[in-house]
Design a protein around this ligand. Structure first.
Ligand SMILES: Nc1ncnc2c1ncn2[C@@H]1O[C@H](COP(=O)(O)OP(=O)(O)OP(=O)(O)O)[C@@H](O)[C@H]1O
Ligand SMILES: [Mg+2]
Length: 308
């Protein structure tokens, strides 16, 4: 099986990114896959806690601070066989200023890690520290809760990711005019004709039809996968349709809800005692959803292309 990198991200703090990262990692490991969970929430690392780890020798910080030269030195075994974790740290003063070159270095080392599945637990929001890591993933799950405010934030995250991807792509093509057009498109009020992706690519084609076509085809292929967490009612499940309509209309890309996960006290209760939910409450509604997700992902592997 080729190595699969799955990014877990989302617009807001506290929506369950780390809980899902930790337990999905366990679910894959229980299905006999070699898994590495990487805590890339550089400012608020806590993935190791959710995996029941109290101490660790090295973390990602040590790699960034050059105390270790190879990221694999920061691999920490867990109590679950097949599952290792790279802990985040809290030694870095202002992680928001991580240089692009540093990110590229981290990315290059992550790609080299020996594993079947690598799960990236990303920070909340859509800063470049988040979306730049996103692009190494073969698959990305956007975690949201059902509130309408969260959904609007999801839309912004998708839009920012698409724009950042386009910016990096245009940069590699050294086309400053297209980069400038992207900047203009960010100001929707001033440039309403660039508000939709369709409008944007029309203008982009006038600048460089070849580059615009390649970029458009790539963007249209994106299909962000959504996980709606903490669902309580049937209406909560339906919010996925709202999101799909929004992204399809303005970005020209559809979203798919891959799974909904119910609100479940087992999550909080297990965190309190520092035992992963999947281990402490293996048949709780949360754990069953996570196991179902793991099976779904394994079934889908190798049958689809790269998604956001
Ligand atoms: N399905 C659920 N049912 C009940 N509680 C949940 C569920 N999912 C997450 N929680 C609770 O939400 C809180 C936040 O979860 P978590 O730390 O996983 O979120 P996060 O998105 O990683 O947050 P941050 O952005 O701060 O890193 C936790 O206390 C957890 O108990
Ligand atoms: Mg988190």
């Amino acid at each position: 099986m080729p190595q699969e990198i799955i990014a877990i991200y989302g617009p807001k703090g506290g929506v369950g990114k780390s809980s899902i990262s930790a337990n999905l990692s366990i679910a894959f490991a229980q299905l006999k896959k070699r898994v590495i969970a990487v805590d890339l929430d550089l400012g608020g690392a806590n993935l190791h806690v959710l995996l029941g780890i109290k101490d660790y020798k090295y973390s990602l910080d040590d790699f960034i601070l050059k105390k270790i030269t190879d990221l694999s030195e920061a691999l920490i075994p867990t109590q679950i066989s097949n599952l290792k974790v790279i802990c985040g740290g809290s030694q870095l003063p202002d992680i928001a200023n991580l240089q692009y070159a540093q990110k590229v270095k981290i990315i290059n080392h992550i790609i080299k890690l020996q594993s079947d599945i690598i799960i990236l637990d990303l920070a909340a929001g859509s800063s470049f520290n988040v979306v730049d890591f996103l692009f190494i993933a073969n698959k990305g799950f956007i975690i949201t809760t059902p509130e309408i405010t969260s959904l609007i934030n999801v839309y912004s995250v998708i839009k920012t990711s698409v724009f950042r991807w386009l910016e990096l792509f245009f940069r590699t093509k050294k086309n400053q005019e297209l980069i400038n057009l992207l900047q203009e498109a960010k100001d929707v009020k001033k440039n309403p004709h660039l508000a939709t992706m369709d409008g944007f690519f029309k203008e982009a084609s006038i600048i460089d039809i070849k580059i615009a076509e390649v970029a458009k085809n790539r963007v249209l292929k994106l299909k962000p996968l959504i996980i709606i967490n903490r669902v309580q009612t049937k209406n909560d499940i339906a919010v996925g349709d709202v999101l799909h309509t929004l992204t399809a209309q303005y970005l020209g890309i559809g979203t798919d809800v891959i799974i909904t996960i119910p609100e479940d006290d087992a999550v909080r209760n297990s965190i309190k005692i520092m035992i992963p939910t999947l281990i402490k409450y293996p048949i709780s509604p949360f754990s069953l959803s996570i196991k179902q997700l793991a099976l779904k992902v394994l079934n889908q592997l190798n049958t689809e292309g790269k998604v956001l």
